[in-house]
Design a protein around this ligand. Structure first.
Ligand code: SAM
Length: 240
């Protein structure tokens, strides 16, 4: 799987993609993540990439031409045309685990980062297939959002997470939040780990964790329970 980030600040992307799990996965060749500098495709002496918006208003807008030329370059140098081009924008669809799962199936995804007041609409209309927001707030640029999206997609690519970092059981994988977890020591500050987790009885542990997941979701994100695949017994448990 390949992720290309189109940005005016490739150093922001490079600072993160060489660290920890993403860095290891790149080294092993499990995922390819690259940042391409949109400024390299400015077609003027001063490498200007932004200009005043028509109609007035505060701030500058990224011009369409460097963005489109940058995308053409990416396309020309790719094995096949990237299947998705995602514009990071506060106006986009809220990013969710289910979307990360869907994008992780793609061969090549491009993430387009805006800056300043955003990007000339004609570039967006020409190349973008999806618009994604990481939350109802406004960032200075799309780089942090692109890193969130790249990270959440990459960890779902087979082999990227080791067995010890598996995503199978975690929050959102079953439509629920994860259960509370504990590690050594068995008693900390007078608080003991629940007995069942020390019992070695896998069936009881699984049942306990499922129950705790439901309780956690009920307390923290009750909105998720409407969509979660619960048995009749579990629905009754919540009701009581
Ligand atoms: N003028 C734009 C608007 O009101 O919709 C906001 C522009 S913002 C200052 C600059 C860039 O940051 C955007 O083009 C986008 O790429 C990125 N950005 C800001 N907030 C974001 C969010 N919540 N999710 C994803 N990208 C965001």
């Amino acid at each position: 799987m390949k992720i290309t980030v189109m940005t005016l600040f490739p150093e922001m992307i490079d600072a993160v993609i060489n660290c920890s799990i993403l860095g290891r996965a790149r080294q092993k060749g499990l995922i390819e993540i690259e940042a391409v500098n949109i400024r390299d495709f400015a077609n003027n002496k001063h490498l200007q990439v932004d200009d005043y918006p028509y109609g007035g208003g505060a701030g500058m807008l990224m011009m369409a031409d460097p963005v489109c030329r940058c995308y053409d370059h990416i396309k020309e140098h790719a094995k096949a045309e990237p299947s998705r081009v995602i514009y990071m924008t506060p106006q986009g669809k809220p990013w969710k685990q289910s979307m990360a799962e869907s994008f992780a199936q793609e061969e090549h995804v491009v993430l387009l980062c805006g800056h300043y007041e955003g990007i000339d609409q004609r570039a967006i209309d020409a190349i973008v297939t999806d618009e994604v927001s990481i939350g109802d707030y406004v960032l200075t640029g799309g780089e942090l959002a692109a890193l969130v999206v790249a990270d959440s997609i990459s960890r779902l690519v087979p082999g990227v997470l080791g067995k010890e970092e598996s995503f199978q059981d975690e929050s959102f994988s079953e439509g629920l939040l994860e259960y509370p977890q504990y590690t050594r020591p068995a008693v900390y500050n007078g608080q003991a780990v629940p007995d069942v987790l020390l019992s070695g009885n896998h069936q009881k542990i699984a049942a306990y964790r499922r129950e705790q997941s439901i309780i956690n979701t009920f307390n923290k994100r009750p909105d998720l329970l409407k969509q979660a695949p619960l048995t009749d017994k579990e629905k009754q448990f919540i009701h009581d």
